[in-house]
Design a protein around this ligand. Sequence first.
Ligand SMILES: [Zn+2]
Length: 326
Amino acid sequence: MYEEVHKNIFLIRVPLPNNPLKATNSYFIRGDSHDLLIDTGFMGVPECREALDTAMEELKSDPARRDVLLTHMHADHAGLAGVYCGEDRHIYMNITDIGYMNMYFSGDVDEAMLRRYRKEGVPEELNQAVNARFRKGKEKLKLDPRYNGLTHGSVVECGDYSLRLISVPGHCPGNSMFYISNEKIMFTGDHILFDISPNITCFPFIRDSLGNYINSLARSYRYDVKTAFPGHRESGDYSKRISELLHHHRSRLDEVLRIIHEMPGSSAYEIASYMQWRIHARNWETFPIMQKYFALGECLAHIDYLTNRSQIFCRSEDGKRKYYPA
Ligand SMILES: [Zn+2]
């Protein structure tokens, strides 16, 4: 169920059934006065609870002495933070994601997203289905007073280790990695994944998610990393992977630009349907709802990047946005 991947650092694979990510990688650090659990799993998925319960028991972790550290706000990482953090302990997370979660709970994020998606040519049926899904998810996730906001450079101590927050916005507005410099260990969360590319989507109130992500990737080179501990799947060569991810987004940007040149006046929804996706579906129409939504978000992040750099422009036609080459 778990393995010791470094002295007193244990990897727990928390299964995500029916999810292409397969599992969330949770890391447990055994300390002296307290323990630290990095990332958790979905709330409301029994397999996640089972895996973490078993691991915590086998590792003899006292819940009253346990802190939780989150790389970002997504539910497959933050969902169970409240369950596994001790009553008088802390849930550490980048303060930007805490702020964003507050906007999300207030309904501002959903509303802004719905407004935008309608303009981007998304069928109302899909909008409503996604919105209902998010509403359900929201009921399960709660912020509580144990949440403790961190910023770039903040340090969390546990046992022999000092973990320094490296702010890498992109995958989330307050996305973070945690660096143990004397061991050259980086907990990369979902900023750098090795056998899948992290999902970069558009976020309401964030002007350029992909631009932020690319800048964060470029800044990630400066850390000397021997061992990377990612948020999903397997590890690999840190610097090499940064280059691959930069290359991946450059070719994705080229693809979106090519589509807009070939089919000027397309909506974002149409552009997303023309892009290549690595998914087990016959065609765009048969994409599962959430996969369609993720694809659309990724497409919009690339469109925002190109718009912000004046490589394309958008014209409003009958209240709908259409994209043209600049
Ligand atoms: Zn994730």
